[in-house]
Each structure stands twice: as structure tokens, then as C-alpha cells.
Ligand binder design. Structure first.
Ligand code: FMN
Length: 371
């Protein structure tokens, strides 16, 4: 295990999750890191040149350490599955007055982004949808970066440890946005994924690395809970979507203010993700294939139309299970508030447990505390 990790030096053990697709901004990342937490910048869906600009922008706003998150590329899906799904969307497309996007496979500019991060390193590079090859991890280490790998099960945790990760981001099934699993396996949908508290215990039994807990953490009490369960920090995504610094679309913000339930779906992107239920999700989830990023490109114009016209029924309203607890505070203030709440919760838990049995017996023997 590496020593002197960034997680040991954080003033506040709260991490801003990477929030690809709009919400992630330089301002949000910098605000969290400036408050003593740790801010990630999402690189997903961005060309390397755009990521370079975002990084430069962030560096003008903070000197504190920041992280960048990359999507590990998958493999192309069978074209027939994508074509059949495209045909199914014809009505929605017509009604919205747009055209379907071109359902292409791409690797999200993987090589160019890695080169950028090796040339201009950040404190941490985290990965989602897979574990990079050990050579990639070695190169990032040589550049001075830590490598965190997101895992959703104990088997993935073992693979990440063997590949040389410095820390694991442990993503529970409660999480908003995409499930970070190394493979998107529809055959495993029936299991429903592993909840965060269970997963932290299972991963701890497999991996002697620092763990960053993520999924459904909406309050300081939950931050306290994951720290007590052995995590080195809590990573929150949905909780930051309402911050003024976030680039969250207005239609998404409005949905987050409601109470509709969340559900897992491949309907928008072809990869399993948690969002607030709406018409598109309900209509297409059972038919949507595992075909990412083909389906992501296919539905992009429809989702954009929904954001532009303010129609929430067409938009991927990513949200974790506790989204209704969201607070619209500036990000730095949210970090400090969560930390305060966590301290109070841990103290309450400590008081609830009382002193260790021996101390209690000694006090009893000495007559301390008797009327
Ligand atoms: C809008 C949105 C975008 C997200 N984008 C990413 C991403 O780019 N990379 C990633 O690793 N996780 C992403 N996630 C998942 C988060 O990293 C994290 O696992 C999740 O937000 C935790 O659950 P919570 O939303 O209940 O806090 C995203 C989540 C949301 C809500």
C-alpha cells in the first residue's frame, strides 16, 4: 500500500464525484477542493482538447489538489440490437421534431486524454467502467498521480488491487448516474446491485486499500456512517447537483426538487444508470440493449431537445436514491455543513455506545456516577 496518499491529507473527507454530461464545472471542482474536500473534474464525453481547457480553467481557481475521472472504453455492440432500438424510438423522435443521432462506437478520446494527464498531471486520476492496464497505472504513477478505480463488487476490487490501484471508489447500487461496473451485464440485472454498506464490508474483506464510499450519501449522517464502516472518505454526486456552481440543466434541477422514484435504466445511454423515472425511462427500459456508447449517441438529440424546451420526460434525470434530501447551497458551504453534521452524528453514536465495558465496570466499582 502506498503511503502519504491524498486521502490522508484532506482537511475534510468529502469528495465531489465526477459529474459528466453537464453538471461538472471548473467552478464546482475548485469550490470543493478550496473548502478542504477533494474535487473531481469529469472527463467523460469531453474531447481531450476541451478537457485541457477545463483543467486550465480549474487551475486558475484553486491551487488545492484536484482529480480527473476517465471512462475506460468498452467494446462495440452488435449493430442489430442498436438498429432494433432505434426503430422503437421513431415515435418519440417524431413527436420531439428531431432526428436520431448516429449510433457510433468510440473510445471517448481515451489515448489523448491519458497523454494530456501524463503531460499535465493532477493529484488523482480515477477510472470508471473498468480497470486500466497495469502499464497505464505505472505511467500515471511515474507522472506523480494517484490512481483510484471505481468498483461495484468484490471481484472488481481484487482486479483493481492486482493492477496496482492506490485506492478504490466503492460504488453502491444507490448511486445516481451510471453504474461503474467493469462490464454491463443485463444477465445480472436481477441481482439489483450491492448496497453501499454491504459493499464496503465485502470489499474491505478483499482489499487492504483506502476506500472511498459513494452512492446515496445525502447527509452528514451518511458521511459519518461510511467513515464508521471503514471508508477513508465519502464521495457525493447528486448532493452537489443543486449547487449554484454546478452546470446542471434547469429541467434536471426542477426534477430534483420533486419526489418521483428513481430506477435503473439503459434507455438513454445503453449502459445501466440510475435516474428519476419519467416517460422515456418507463417506456423504453425493458427494451433498451446494453450498447454503450452507441445508444448514448443515438438519443443525444432527443435529450438535448428536452433540455432546450424544458421537457423533463425526454431527459436523463440522473439522481441517486436520496436525491430529495438535496440542498441548494454553494458547494464550499455544503462541504462544511456535511462535515459538521458528520461530527455531530459520530459523537451521538459514540454517546449511544457509551464507554468500553472495562471503563464502565471501573466506574461502577469506584462508585462514580452513583447517586
Ligand atoms: C449527473 C451524474 C453524473 C455522473 N457522472 C459520473 C462520471 O462522469 N464518472 C463517474 O465515475 N461517476 C459519475 N457519476 C456517479 C458518481 O461518481 C457517484 O458514483 C454517484 O453520484 C454517487 O451516488 P449519489 O449520486 O447518490 O451521491 C455521476 C453521477 C451523476 C448523478
Amino acid at each position: 500500500m502506498r503511503h502519504d496518499l491524498i486521502l490522508d491529507r484532506l482537511a475534510v473527507p468529502i469528495v465531489l464525484a465526477p459529474l459528466a454530461g453537464g453538471p461538472s464545472t471548473s467552478e464546482l471542482t475548485a469550490a470543493v477542493s478550496n473548502a478542504g474536500g477533494f474535487g473531481f473534474l469529469a472527463a467523460g464525453y469531453l474531447a481531450a482538447s476541451v478537457l485541457a481547457e477545463r483543467l486550465e480553467g480549474t487551475r486558475t481557481l484553486t491551487e488545492a489538489p484536484i482529480g480527473v475521472n476517465l471512462f475506460v472504453p468498452g467494446t462495440p455492440a452488435p449493430p442489430q440490437a442498436v438498429d432494433a432500438y432505434a426503430a422503437r424510438l421513431a415515435d418519440d423522435i417524431r413527436q420531439a421534431g428531431v432526428e436520431l443521432g448516429a449510433a457510433r462506437f468510440d473510445d471517448d478520446d481515451w489515448a489523448a486524454k491519458l497523454e494530456l494527464l501524463i503531460a499535465t498531471p493532477v493529484a488523482v486520476v480515477s477510472f470508471t467502467f473498468g480497470c486500466p492496464e497495469p502499464e497505464v497505472i505505472d505511467r500515471l504513477h511515474d507522472a506523480g498521480s494517484e490512481v483510484w478505480v471505481t468498483v461495484t463488487g468484490p471481484d472488481e476490487a481484487r482486479l483493481a488491487v492486482d493492477a496496482g490501484a492506490d485506492a478504490l471508489v466503492v460504488q453502491g447500487a444507490e448511486a445516481g448516474g451510471h453504474r461503474a461496473s467493469f462490464r454491463d451485464e443485463p444477465a445480472e440485472d436481477l441481482t439489483g446491485g450491492i448496497g453501499l454498506l454491504s459493499l464496503l464490508q465485502l470489499v474491505r474483506a478483499q482489499a487492504d486499500l483506502p476506500l472511498v464510499a459513494t452512492g446515496g450519501i445525502g447527509t452528514g449522517r451518511a458521511v459519518a456512517a461510511v467513515l464508521a464502516a471503514g471508508a477513508a472518505a465519502a464521495q457525493l454526486g447528486t448532493a452537489f447537483l443543486g449547487c449554484p456552481e454546478a452546470g446542471t440543466a434547469a429541467v434536471h434541477r426542477q426534477a430534483l426538487a420533486g419526489r418521483a422514484p428513481t430506477a435503473m435504466t439503459r434507455a438513454f445511454t445503453g449502459r445501466l444508470a440510475r435516474g428519476i423515472r419519467n416517460r422515456f425511462l418507463d417506456r423504453h427500459s425493458t427494451a433498451a440493449p446494453a450498447a454503450y456508447p452507441e445508444v448514448h449517441h443515438l438519443t443525444a438529440p432527443l435529450r438535448q431537445a428536452g433540455r432546450t424546451t424544458g421537457d423533463p420526460e425526454l431527459v436523463n434525470l440522473w439522481a441517486g436514491q436520496t436525491y430529495e434530501l438535496g440542498r441548494q447551497l454553494p458547494a464550499g458551504q455544503l462541504v462544511l455543513t456535511l462535515a459538521e453534521e458528520a461530527r455531530a452524528a459520530l459523537q451521538q453514536a459514540q454517546e449511544r455506545l457509551g464507554p468500553p465495558a472495562e471503563t464502565a465496570a471501573e466506574q461502577e466499582g469506584s462508585g462514580a456516577g452513583r447517586p
